[in-house]
Design a protein around this ligand. Structure first.
Ligand SMILES: [Zn+2]
Length: 478
């Protein structure tokens, strides 16, 4: 392995305020002893495949083009483009319309370095961890087998560890198996310069049982036990130089369900409805967009609304897509979040709540919107590249992770839109150890009494989304 070799470990769906010493003692100690980024954020929409892609390209969705977990895409003219599905991603990749930015896999291949993926996530999320892994000959092990996994690595893991256990909630058997695959097969066999290890808990249990449910707490303990196994192995001198841990988003409580998914008049165009919803209009003129925004803000399900005019300004009553860094040609004409609680001043696992569209039952966890409980993530790092015992208050988000790791490896960042978190890095470079200036601002839009607010941080001219909320006639009512 080369300088800066890094293992990136993800706890899917872990809110920062649930990563405490009681439930996750190994993680809590790791954060305390390493560089701990206490103001880390996800991206918008705060959905897994968007988050994975933003992490692996070092760009927000407005750069890479995976604009939502499901959206309307030219390669699926009849239905929804579902990023959870291998077939949909393959269709887009063959059409050259999957990703507009280089991935970590491609960057490392160009630099003659290696990358591996070990994932318990969906087929689609696992694909987006290294979207061209097979073409580049970079190994992937997924619970879903071939074609997500590399055939020879898959065979090697099964030969050594036996059959893959069934999925469960909590998904403990698979977490244990994946950890064994990582430290007993993938590292000894491939010694990757960069390795992604993705645990789909506590996300799965949190969706199903609720954020603070005993089953979800058990899922957190299981992931933390496996993290402890990895740390023991690492501290014994195995594996990479550095370990970075992250979560891709948090969750808030889905307290009330839409009565139907059929909430957008067909006359407007085609819609994809979820925690984040998008509408691809038949009439894409500014007037057409304004008509839809005017209708949306009068609906009691509607949270924040996004729409950009021809000249780049916001449509009246909406915020521009650029404000959430999701302005992309494959993006929707008008998008909106479902209504959620105001997390600008008060938030917490027992407070944050939202309306939800589908997939869970009331009381289950949800994500995709702009509540602080969804956007606030875990990010911490240890190893020779990172400062020890360092609490970084400088805001950061998922697109900053790839530039930081590339910098620790001495590789170029061209084409990334995130920022290398140099304040946490150790080395000769005069930028290292110095925190940049941070400006905070709040954008507002109001129409027919429906108020939107979006708080942003601006660092070196680039914006990071802190959180968003609604007020006035758009206020959340439990
Ligand atoms: Zn996720």
């Amino acid at each position: 392995m080369n300088k800066g070799s890094t293992l990136l470990i993800t706890f899917d769906g872990l809110r920062r305020d649930r990563a405490n010493a009681d439930l996750m003692p190994n993680l809590a100690r790791f954060m305390e002893e390493g560089s701990n980024f206490i103001n880390s954020r996800s991206i918008f929409p705060s959905e897994t495949r968007v988050a994975v892609t933003s992490t692996m390209t070092g760009c927000p969705p407005g750069g890479h083009g995976v604009v939502a977990n499901q959206f309307i895409h030219a390669v699926r003219p009849e239905g929804l483009f579902r990023t959870s599905e291998w077939e949909d991603l393959e269709l887009a990749a063959q059409a050259g319309q999957l990703l507009d930015r280089e991935t970590m896999g491609q960057r490392l291949a160009k630099a003659g370095r290696s990358m591996a993926v070990v994932s318990t996530a969906t087929k689609g999320a696992s694909r987006m961890m290294n979207s061209s892994a097979h073409a580049l000959g970079q190994p992937v092990f997924s619970m879903h087998g071939v074609p997500v996994s590399s055939p020879d690595l898959h065979e090697a893991v099964l030969a050594q560890l036996g059959p893959i256990p069934d999925a469960g909630a909590p998904n403990g058997a698979r977490m244990d198996y994946a950890t064994s695959a990582l430290i007993e097969v993938v590292y000894p066999r491939h010694q990757p310069d960069f390795c992604v290890f993705w645990m789909n808990e506590p996300d799965t249990s949190s969706h199903r049982f609720g954020i603070t449910a005993p089953e979800t707490e058990r899922a957190q303990r299981i992931t933390d036990d496996n993290f402890g196994r990895i740390l023991d192995w690492w501290r014994a001198g195995n594996g990479p130089e550095n370990i970075v841990v992250m979560s891709d988003h948090g969750q808030i409580t889905g307290s009330r369900q839409l009565e139907t998914l059929d909430i957008i008049p067909a006359a407007f165009g085609r819609a994809a409805i979820g925690a984040f919803s998008s509408i691809y209009l038949d009439d894409r003129s500014d007037e057409g967009k304004a008509r839809v925004v005017d209708w949306l803000v009068q609906q009691d399900f509607c949270g924040l609304v996004f729409a950009t005019a021809e000249n780049g300004a916001a449509i009246e009553g909406a915020l521009p897509w650029a404000a959430v860094r999701n302005d992309h040609k494959r993006g929707a004409d008008v998008g909106f979040t479902l209504r959620a609680s105001d997390s600008s001043e008060n938030w917490g696992p027992d407070i944050d709540a939202c309306l939800f569209a589908a997939w869970i039952t009331p009381g289950g966890g949800m994500h995709g919107g702009l509540n602080r409980g969804e956007l606030s993530t875990v990010l911490a790092a240890q190893g020779p590249a990172y400062r020890a015992g360092f609490v970084s208050e400088t805001p950061c988000w998922l697109p900053d992770i790839a530039p930081t790791i590339l910098t620790s490896m001495g590789l170029p960042l061209d084409g990334t839109e995130g920022r290398a978190l140099v304040e946490a890095l150790v080395g000769e470079d005069p930028r290292f150890g110095v925190a940049p200036a941070v400006e905070t601002r709040t954008l507002q839009a109001s129409h027919r009494g429906h108020q939107h607010y979006l708080r942003q941080w601006v660092i070196e001219g680039k914006t990071i989304v802190d959180c968003g909320w609604t007020g006035g006639t758009g206020a959340w009512t439990p």
